[in-house]
Design a protein around this ligand. Structure first.
Ligand SMILES: C[S@@+](CC[C@H](N)C(=O)[O-])C[C@H]1O[C@@H](n2cnc3c(N)ncnc32)[C@H](O)[C@@H]1O
Length: 228
């Protein structure tokens, strides 16, 4: 194993693959629809026009979970392309079903770790926006190193944003909100569009994790940065 692949092998991941049970419907969707809407992970830069058939701005959603918000946003914005990156297969099955049910032609999915996907498949300065809704908060101190919104990964996100692009993150974990605000503010190539936390973006549908957080009386914090 080369030194580089060894480093990749032992890199701390922001997720632990859950052996979540797939419903029969999710499994069927995954088996029949992934060949149509899924993009296999590969170490080659994506050609967006050939993938989507149309050269529209590209938004990447990281960790879409069950993907309902993804499908709703994509349906409301047919002239924008959406690429969802997720490792949770039952959720991928669910979003595939939503793509089919809503007849969406502007959504594609990559089933892989987002860090490697951005490094290998997403060209620099090519993304109009990142959506990161309720990333795993990893609340225990010894797990903070697993948090996705941490440098140097935030620098990788910044490098993939096109001029005028944005990064929109939402969390219901107050201390992760403070952490992310500090990390993003210290990232070269990103500028806070607000003074501190952002105002709620009214176009964003509620997500599954958001609902669970609100049930536990968590307060939702929004962060909105621009490329620059
Ligand atoms: C707490 S859930 C939030 C799901 C959804 N956005 C919502 O709000 O309901 C975080 C999701 O991020 C995914 N995830 C975490 N790290 C990831 C990574 N490195 N690459 C791809 N997906 C990741 C997890 O599998 C999980 O589904």
């Amino acid at each position: 194993m080369s030194e580089r692949s060894a480093a990749r092998e032992y890199r701390i991941r922001s997720y632990v693959l859950r052996a979540g049970r797939m419903s029969d419907a999710q499994r069927r969707s995954y088996e029949t629809l992934f060949p149509r809407y899924g993009i296999p992970f590969d170490a080659i830069a994506l050609d967006y026009t050939s993938v989507f058939g149309k050269r529209n701005p590209l938004i990447i959603e990281i960790g879409f979970g069950m993907g309902i918000a993804t499908a709703m946003i994509a349906e409301a914005n047919p002239s924008v392309n959406y690429l969802g990156i997720e490792v949770y297969r039952p959720g991928i099955g669910k979003l595939l079903w939503e793509i089919e049910r809503r007849n969406l032609s502007n959504v594609r999915i990559i089933e892989h770790d987002v860090v490697e996907t951005l490094e290998r498949m997403i060209p620099a300065a090519s993304v109009a926006g990142f959506h990161i809704f309720f990333p795993d908060p990893w609340p225990k101190k010894r797990h903070h190193k697993r948090r996705l919104i941490t440098r140097p990964f935030t620098g990788l996100l910044a490098s993939r944003l096109a001029p005028g692009g944005y990064l929109y993150m939402v969390t219901d974990w107050a201390e992760y909100g403070d952490w992310a605000l500090a990390e993003l503010s210290a990232t070269q190539g990103l500028l806070n569009a607000y003074d501190g936390f952002a105002l709620p973006q009214s176009w964003r549908p509620e997500t599954r994790f958001e609902r669970k957080g609100i049930e536990k009386q968590h307060i939702v914090r929004e962060l909105y940065f621009k490329q620059g």
